[in-house]
Design a protein around this ligand. Structure first.
Ligand SMILES: Cc1cc2nc3c(=O)[nH]c(=O)nc-3n(C[C@H](O)[C@H](O)[C@H](O)COP(=O)(O)OP(=O)(O)OC[C@H]3O[C@@H](n4cnc5c(N)ncnc54)[C@H](O)[C@@H]3O)c2cc1C
Length: 597
């Protein structure tokens, strides 16, 4: 099994040439993100990822986390790796300086996050969940709550969790039943059960700060009656020291298909007197706060699809260069490394091209998140936020669905050895399988895309994106040469297919909402493929310019153009077929009566 190496050159290319790091570094509060600093951060992160996290990935998967009478022990090496992680300041990278963070832009934190996820997805989930909890507190926590919890959580000496799911409330959080009863002193007492709580219990830190969704007794039914509470494992004294153990426990952890090292906890709140909780913001607005944070969390899970694809690709490539089997089709008597066979090449190219497309789109969206947050011009902020909102379900849904496909192709490249656990290729597929489920399934992302992000605003933002795509299409037309002609042809068809689907969604949403939702996931896939291709085309145009300048790295830039060409012929060409599925396919989806199944 190969150790992960951070793809620094491609990361730098995307940051600088496609996601416009230089522009992001001009935004207020982002000035520190100089090219030198960013290069240094990425290099150091790459060393930590390949030297510390990656070697633990496979043994930790085999060992798993263990539960014993409420205590959870993570696999050997995890606790020490976490200690090194927080000592290195990695937990604090993107948090504001006021709370001990380093205040780096989202765009810089994004490749770093990609590295943790590629190197060791199970490990990376702990800081991911802490980030979600920190963001909730930054957003709506009171001054006192911030002072009590943020310094420790930003430093990583306490971790955070997100407690949304209950046995009867998964995709539909309106069904949350956990009760929170207000006490005379203004605190609340919580009673209820939460399931599937990532790092709900572990041995990394002395305290865990649970963010819990619950309902007060007089709350209205449904989504408007849910509040958000801070429920720490240990209560915190006035001087910041740890006080009494709160009335909560980890009843068990799940046995899972993948991410074995990440403990997924069943949490019981308030078996005795009730778990002490502190209301965040106002009562009944918990789900609204969650929605504001959801962009960051969904983006992060989208990065998991990309990160595991990169890892699977590196591993498959290494194997394809070493495994000798069958003669070269062009002649010669000896068996050759399998990378010489066209079908293996096709598989490797499909992995490489999709990885590059997902990375480019994700980083462009990360840069837009910085601009949406910090740009001095209000209109620009609003416009960029609309782009981010449109693209989040795409980054989440498309990258994770593609991640499963790429990890599966990685196994295929290995032949039988891919199916055998020692190789490590199978783990990537097992780990990737959860990414389309948690933080909102692909179906939920697609509903959000067609409903809230397209139909509700009559496709306005999406049409702006199509205009930007048409400009790139025109530039491809001027570039000349077979590769660019081919790219233009399939990109043009992809944009037209997307435009037709958007018009169809807008026209039909009111009259036949089920028909639109029947094609929601295919549409999400279509928009992902075309948006990824948009970035591949931009990359090819930059590469052509750099080659013309003749300043070196010829092989890298030529590969960018050839990879974009592959994407145009093998991936982008799926767009018109998906359009047919979306526009004509609804009849078949809902055709049978329930009894006919
Ligand atoms: C390993 C793991 C870690 C997790 N970590 C956390 C965590 O830290 N915190 C937390 O709170 N939760 C966590 N979860 C829970 C996770 O977010 C939910 O499992 C997920 O949101 C799906 O909910 P569900 O399992 O109840 O599935 P369901 O909601 O029952 O969905 C079942 C199927 O129905 C489909 N479906 C449901 N509603 C619709 C609809 N309206 N339209 C179309 N299709 C629909 C879904 O797409 C899916 O295919 C975790 C889960 C796992 C397995």
């Amino acid at each position: 099994m190969s150790e992960y190496q951070a793809p620094l050159r491609d990361m730098q290319f995307v940051l600088n040439e496609l996601a416009d790091l230089a522009d992001v570094a001009k935004l207020p509060g982002c000035e520190e993100a100089t090219p030198e600093l960013v290069e240094q951060v990425l290099e150091e992160a790459g060393k930590f990822a390949s030297g510390v996290l990656s070697p633990l990935n496979r043994p930790a998967d085999e060992e798993g986390s263990h539960w014993d009478n409420g205590k959870v022990t993570t696999p050997r090496g995890f606790k020490d790796a976490y200690k090194q992680f927080i000592e290195g300041g990695w937990n604090a990278l993107q948090f504001p300086g006021d709370w001990g963070g380093q205040g780096l832009p989202k765009l810089v934190a994004t490749p770093v996050m990609e590295m943790w996820k590629s190197a060791n997805l199970s490990f990376s989930l702990c800081p991911l969940l802490t980030t979600g909890a920190v963001e909730a507190l930054l957003l709506r926590g009171s001054d006192g709550q911030k002072k009590t919890f943020l310094p420790k959580m930003v430093a990583g000496t306490w971790t955070g969790t997100m407690n949304l799911t209950e046995p009867q409330a998964g995709s539909d959080l309106a069904l949350v039943k956990t009760r929170a009863v207000r006490q005379a002193d203004g605190t609340y007492r919580l009673h209820g059960q939460k399931i599937f709580i990532t790092y709900g219990e572990h041995d990394f830190t002395e305290n865990i700060v649970h963010m819990v969704l619950a309902r007060t007794p007089e709350a209205p039914e449904g989504v408007r009656g849910i509040s958000l509470f801070i429920v720490p494992k240990f209560l915190v004294n006035r001087d910041g020291s740890l006080g009494a153990r709160n009335d909560l426990k980890c009843a068990s952890i799940e046995h899972k298909l993948g991410i074995h090292a990440s403990p997924t906890a069943v949490m019981i709140y308030g078996e005795k007197e009730g778990a002490v909780g502190y209301l965040v913001g106002e009562e009944n607005r918990g789900l609204e706060y969650m929605f504001i944070m959801m962009n960051a969390a969904r983006f992060a899970v989208g990065m998991e699809g990309l990160a595991l694809s990169e890892r699977a690709y590196q591993q498959a490539l290494g194997y394809a260069k070493e495994r000798v089997q069958s003669r070269d089709l062009s002649g010669g008597g000896k068996a050759v490394p399998i990378i010489r066979h066209p079908d293996v090449r096709r598989m490797l190219m499909s992995m490489k091209a999709q990885v590059e497309a997902m990375r480019a789109l994700a980083y462009v969206v990360a840069g837009a998140m910085d601009a949406a947050h910090r740009h001095p011009d209000k209109e620009e902020r609003a416009k960029t936020q609309a782009f981010v909102d449109l693209m989040i379900p795409v980054v989440k849904g498309w990258s994770t669905e593609t991640g499963i496909e790429v990890a599966s192709t990685g196994i295929q490249v290995h032949g039988g050895m891919g199916f055998i656990e020692e190789t490590g290729a199978a783990q990537h597929l097992r780990d990737a399988r959860i990414t389309t489920i948690y933080e909102g399934t692909t179906g939920i992302q697609a509903n959000d895309l067609v409903g809230r992000k397209i139909a509700r605003e009559s496709g306005q933002t999406a049409k702006e994106v199509l205009k930007a795509m048409r400009a790139v299409e025109a530039a491809l037309g001027k570039a000349g040469g077979d590769d660019f002609i081919a790219m233009r042809t399939s990109f043009s068809a992809g944009i037209t297919a997307t435009a037709e689907c958007i018009d169809w969604i807008v026209a039909n949403y009111g009259a036949d909402v089920k028909a639109v939702h029947a094609g929601a996931v295919p549409f999400l896939k279509l928009l992902g493929i075309v948006s990824g291709g948009w970035q591949m085309a931009r990359a090819a145009l930059v590469a052509q310019k750099r080659l013309a300048e003749g300043k070196g790295e010829k092989a890298f830039y030529e590969a960018k153009i050839k990879t974009a060409r592959f994407y145009a012929d093998h991936v982008m060409t799926q767009a018109p077929a998906l359009k047919n599925t979306i526009v004509n396919g609804a009849a078949g989806v809902m055709a049978l009566a329930e009894e006919q199944f």
